[in-house]
Ligand binder design. Structure first.
Ligand SMILES: [Mn+2]
Length: 249
């Protein structure tokens, strides 16, 4: 039995189908790293494909937002969560039976047989994921070794996977922030999504590895998976650019 961990899908059902065709066999364990919803063409079929392989889901910031909004629809108070056109399109494709599945998404999954933690965005330096809020685990990018996280999430990487020295990223780097993997000491390896790279980004320090596998499927690049026990990344190209990248969205 293999374990197949899949990066941010964002409604890219054709790419998910192609990726599963290349990686999945009956009995394999499939884990989505979250951000299945929003931006892309077919959220409905993406969820159905995941259900067919009995996938487990890790909470992404997009699911977190929808769940937060949904909670307020049951309350008399005004809903404090703002939805844009992408969010509304997603809501129109969701069925009542999706909500329990989304609500059961875990904020991280430990895979002890591979000494691996799977998470949507990242883990703060020196902190166990058990001691972090779900809302942080699905949003962390730049951090400091004192475990503070940058409030900014709209900075970018260059083609080599290094933070661009400009804008908020430049200011944050000057203030001592680094991408969270720079501080990660293990002892577990970590696989994560959320931050878009041109190709899977692997780091290794003292035998501890991190794998960034959000390769921007919805932005026209590719959808990627990490396959265990081979520790092999597999990427399928996107059919097209479904969504223009807008920093901060
Ligand atoms: Mn995300």
């Amino acid at each position: 039995m293999r374990t197949i961990l899949i990066g941010d899908i964002h409604g890219c059902a054709d790419e998910l189908e192609a990726l599963l065709a290349r990686t999945y066999a009956a009995g394999d364990r499939v884990i989505s790293l979250g951000d299945i919803l929003d931006r892309g063409p077919d959220v409905r079929r993406s969820l159905d494909l995941l259900y067919q392989v009995r996938a487990e889901g890790i909470l992404g910031n997009h699911e977190d937002r929808h769940l937060h909004y949904q909670k307020y629809t049951e309350l008399p108070a005004p809903n404090p969560v703002q939805l844009n056109t992408h969010h509304l399109k997603t809501r129109s494709q969701l069925l009542p039976e999706d909500w329990p599945w989304l609500a059961c998404m875990r904020s991280f999954i430990r895979i002890p047989e591979h000494n691996l933690i799977a998470v949507h965005a990242g883990i703060l330096a020196g902190v166990r994921p058990e001691h972090m809020q779900a809302s942080k685990l699905c949003r962390v990018q730049l951090t400091k070794p004192d475990s503070s996280a940058s409030p900014w999430s709209d900075w970018e990487f260059d083609a080599q996977g290094e933070p661009r020295l400009g804008g908020f990223a430049g200011q944050d780097l000057a203030r001592g922030y680094r991408f969270w993997t720079d501080w990660w000491q293990g002892p577990e390896h970590v696989v994560y999504g959320h931050t878009v790279f041109q190709k899977p980004r692997l780091t290794e320090q003292n035998g501890v590895k991190t794998f960034g596998i959000d390769t921007g499927a919805v932005f026209g690049n590719s959808l990627s998976a990490l396959v265990l026990p081979e520790w092999k990344t597999v990427s399928v190209p996107s059919r097209r650019e479904y969504c223009r990248r807008v920093p901060g969205e």
